[in-house]
Ligand binder design. Structure first.
Ligand code: PGA
Length: 252
């Protein structure tokens, strides 16, 4: 059975104090929930990872990083390596978020290197991809998504996929208040699974969790998560309020 996951991508939000308080409130709410076959992840910025790890020590929340550099170490001012994350006990990293692709020049080739580096350190990866509005208007969205997955991940052996979660995030739905309809999400997720099945095996495709991201809120989470190939969500804005995040987890 595929794991159901809600992951909160905090982006460049929250200082140490806010991180503590938000996580304490999420912890409190989660204690009352049964999380059978469900996983809750939060991804604070690098400066708050240590705090997040210590506040979630005895809780069901897992902590992920939002990015990492592909290099092991060296003269890369301002960067953070997989090894550094692991030394904080952070075992998961988000790679390929559309903001990294758009604002920091992370193309498929860079992401492929990051994927390899994270896997070499035994980390888990939430790999993000998704089309721009213009791709969808040109009816190019399936091709584009297929190429992002292929270029970033299809060089991997089957065994590596145990450590990969996919996150389909149409760029036009991120932070815009515009959500893909549950049908649009389902259509793309089914396409992704078919693509995986053709490249690898039907079993592998069946076992990969595919999250949807882009303006998921308490009001629309249940309907999106109810779709057969949607295994949870990657949440931005709504992950910054404990009540909203908890309501989205409850919708899983
Ligand atoms: P959003 O962001 O929920 O604010 O649209 C999602 C994301 O960027 O992962």
């Amino acid at each position: 059975m595929r794991k159901q996951i809600v992951a909160g991508n905090w982006k460049m939000n929250n200082d140490v104090k806010e991180t503590k308080s938000l996580l304490k409130n999420i912890n409190k709410g989660i204690k009352k929930m049964s999380l059978k076959n469900k996983k809750v992840i939060v991804a604070p910025s690098f400066t708050n990872l240590n705090t997040a790890i210590s506040v979630t020590k005895n809780s069901k929340i897992k902590v992920a990083a939002q990015n990492m550099n592909a290099a092991k170490n060296g003269a890369f001012t301002g960067e953070v390596s997989a090894n550094m994350l692991k030394s904080l006990k952070v075992k998961t990293v988000i790679l390929g978020h559309s903001e990294r692709r758009a604002y920091f020049g992370e193309n498929d080739a860079v992401l492929k290197e990051k994927v390899d580096s994270a896997l070499a350190q035994n980390m888990k990866i939430i790999f993000c991809f998704g089309e721009e509005l213009s791709d969808r208007k040109d009816n190019n969205h399936f091709k584009l998504v297929e190429s992002q997955i292929k270029n970033g991940l299809f060089h991997l052996p089957e065994s590596a996929w145990k450590r990969i979660v996919l996150a389909y995030e149409p760029v036009w739905a991120i932070g815009t208040g515009e959500t893909a309809s549950p049908e649009q999400a389902q259509e793309m997720h089914a396409f992704i699974r078919k693509t995986l099945s053709e490249q690898y095996t039907p079993e592998l495709a069946e076992n990969i969790s595919i999250l949807y991201g882009g303006s998921v809120k308490p009001a629309n989470a249940k309907e999106i998560f109810s779709k057969a190939d949607v295994d949870g969500g990657l949440i931005g804005g709504a992950a910054l309020k404990a009540d909203d995040f908890l309501a989205i987890i409850a919708a899983l």
